[in-house]
Each structure stands twice: as C-alpha cells, then as structure tokens.
Design a protein around this ligand. Structure first.
Ligand code: PLP
Length: 390
C-alpha cells in the first residue's frame, strides 16, 4: 500500500472509517487491482453496489452515452431516463409510483414521510409512530438512525427524531403491543437484516405482519436497500415472502455503482405526497438512471436463476466446512459465522487476494451478481483455507 496516500487520507479525511491497508485503482468485472498491480477477487462489490462488477461494459456504455448528452438538469424538467426507470420498476413490482433520491438513507426518509402523511390524513396526526425491528439498520441520517434498532449507533447523537419504536424480530405480539401503545403510521422491516448479521426473517412472521398491517391500515414498508435489485435471487427479497408491501425503499445495487435511491409506492399511498411535499436536487439524475436501466433490464428470469444457482453452490461449499460454524442469508447475500474472528479472516484473505466484508461478528459475502463461477470457486477455496487454519 502506498504510504503517502495513507498519510494524506488520514490527515484530511474525517476519521469515520477504519480502512484496510489496500489502495484500489481499477478493476474489471469481479477483479480489482491495487496500485502495485496486485489482483483481488471482489466478494464485497462495494457493499452490494457494483451489481455487474467493475466497469461492466454495457453499464459503462449506457452511462457514458448519457454523460455526453446531459449530465443533470434538476427536477424542474422532464428527462427520459428517470421516467423509463420508474416505469421499469413499477412494471416489475406492481408498485405505482417512484421517488428517486441518492442513497439508502434518503429512500427510507422518503418512505417515512409517505407513511406519516398517509396516516395523518386518514387517522389523524397522532398516528405518527414508525415501528422497526431490533437489530435493524436503516441508515445514518438522524431520522434513519432513529429507525435503526441498534442502541450503539444512537448514543452520541441524541436527541434523534422522535416517534420510533423497536420490536424483537419474529415477535408479532410485541409488535402489536407497540402499535397499541403508540398510534402507528408504518412498520419498516428488512427481509434479511444485513448490517445486523445477515439474518433472514421467518416467512410466517412476515406474512402475519403483512396481514396485521392490512387489517389495521398501517403501511408495511420494506427496506430493500441491500436485499434489492437481484441480490437475493429475485428482483426484490419480499417477492420470496409472498407479501405485497405498501412501500419499498432501495438503493445500493440499483445504480450499478453510481449513487441512486428509489422509493417505490404502492396503490394505497401513491398520491399521498403532492407538489412541494418532498424533493431532491440530484434525485433521478439522468446518468445514474441510464446506468440503472442497463442493470435492471438484464435482470430477467434467466439471470435471476443464475444468481440462485451460484447461491446454491456457495451454501453447499460453506455449510459444514472446517472452521465454519453456520451460514445464513439468501441468494448472493451470505453471512458466515466462523471459529476464527471474522476481522482476522478478512485481513488474511486480503493478503491472499480476496476482498470480503464483515457484518457484526460474521464474514459477509456480497459479490457482483454476475461473478464468474471460476472466480467464485477460487474465492471460496481461499476463504475456506483461511477458516481451516485457525
Ligand atoms: C446500506 C443500507 C442503508 C443505508 O444506505 P446508504 O446509501 O448508506 O444511505 C439502509 N438500509 C439498509 C438495509 C442498508 O443495507
């Protein structure tokens, strides 16, 4: 690693990130290269962002073509890429309207605004509570921190946005009790708690929760920032749970590597926000949207089946392997509980040319969805060798 770059970064960049000693300069697909030319197999894809890998040629062409025409214009005018992307998202999900932003946190903020206004108009302003799950993660803004059900993120930043309550995952009775104590606008969940340790929710719980929300006219909001856009082997994870949410928020992989957030609004709330109720200067940027179209258009049934196949290989190879305690997740979103400390494994893997992530005390894999089988196998072999050495 270039020591001068390390000093420069540590001098001038805010101290919020504990970086690994790797300086990445380029890549191609699921291989990334550091300044010395060393290659790494990318099992993290920038935390589930580069859905088709680095410098994917189809995505790159869509982005550069749009970049040469119009890079930005504001939301005062019509542009084709954002309208076409919204159509694509609605047709693939049955949702009715889309609001575009630039990140996962913003896509959740927008969802919460829709829920609060919906409930205020239908039931009264007192119905403002948003219930989320313990151990959830919904973002870093002060409102999405309040939504995040992990106290250690909250401690230094009080007071957070009021009106957020957390129920244990899987406990419908606790959830019902919270809605009785606090007049509720919406319930926000991740189908798989990503930052919380790659923990999928049980299907019966999610279905019962959806029924309860429908019965009570509480909006069911699903945070698909990490699980969305093909990551779990369907376009959105909720599609494997047999529920139809009222609002879906997403970001990360949708833009293929450019910042883009999307909040998808279903039938019930589609017309709740009106002119001036919400906005974003960069939201729906034509370059980001042109790239996103090139990503989502290729996520057809055959492609999603290939994600599920790679997932089956991954689970098979990891489960029961030496040094592996348990494997969790869906699709190409996988958490591995290891006997050796996860951080140590990630460091050794870096030395040997494989980039992995952690989630809580697990090693987490979020490779590009089109990672070649050969590279996936090589990365798994390297990881398992490191696990077995402990
Ligand atoms: C990453 C993540 C977010 C926050 O996204 P940002 O783009 O960092 O704001 C929100 N929810 C979930 C489930 C995430 O994984």
């Amino acid at each position: 690693m270039n020591e001068q770059l390390k000093v420069l970064d540590q001098t001038y960049i805010a101290n919020t990130y504990a970086r690994f000693p790797v300086d990445l300069v380029s890549g191609s697909g699921s291989l990334v290269y550091d300044a010395a030319g060393k290659a790494y197999i990318d099992m993290g894809s920038g935390i589930g962002v580069t859905a088709f890998g680095i410098a994917d040629p189809v995505w790159q062409e869509a982005v550069t073509k749009q970049l040469g025409k119009l890079q930005h214009t504001s939301n005062l005018y019509y542009t084709e890429p954002c309208a076409r992307l919204a159509e694509l998202l609605c047709k693939r999900t049955g949702m009715k309207k889309v609001f575009f932003s630039n990140s996962g946190a913003e896509s959740n903020e927008c969802a919460i605004k829709f829920a609060r206004k919906y409930a205020a108009e239908k039931k009264g302003a007192a119905y403002s509570a948003i219930i989320t799950l313990e151990n959830s993660f919904h973002g870093r803004t002060l409102t999405t921190l309040a939504a995040t059900g992990q106290a250690h993120y909250h401690e230094l930043f009080q007071p957070l946005t009021p009106g957020f309550y957390h129920a244990p995952a899987g406990d419908l009775e606790a959830m019902k009790k919270l809605t009785e104590e606090h007049p509720t606008a919406g319930i926000l969940i991740e189908c798989i708690q990503g930052e919380g340790g790659v923990i999928p929710l049980e299907k019966p719980f999610v279905r019962a929760l959806a029924d309860f929300c429908a019965e009570q006219d509480i909006l069911l909001m699903i945070d698909e920032v990490q699980t969305g856009n093909g990551r779990t082997g369907t376009l959105y994870a909720y599609q494997q749970y047999g529920v139809q949410p009222d609002i879906v928020s997403t970001a990360k992989g949708i833009g293929g590597g450019l910042p883009l957030g999307a909040t998808l609004i279903g039938e019930k709330a589609q017309n709740v926000l009106g002119f001036g109720d919400h906005g974003s200067t960069f939201g729906g940027n034509p370059v980001c949207c042109a790239g996103a179209i090139s990503i989502l258009e290729r996520m057809d049934e055959a492609f999603l089946a290939s994600v599920r196949e790679k997932s089956a290989y991954l689970f098979d190879a990891l489960q029961g392997a030496k040094g592996v305690r348990s494997v969790s997740g869906m699709g190409l979103m996988v958490g591995v509980e290891t006997l050796r400390p996860a951080k140590e494994i990630v460091s050794v893997c870096i030395e040997r040319g494989v980039l992995c992530l952690t989630a809580k005390d697990k090693v987490r894999f979020l490779p590009a969805l089109n990672i070649p089988m050969e590279l996936l196998k090589q990365a798994v072999e390297c990881f398992l060798a490191v696990c077995a050495e402990g």
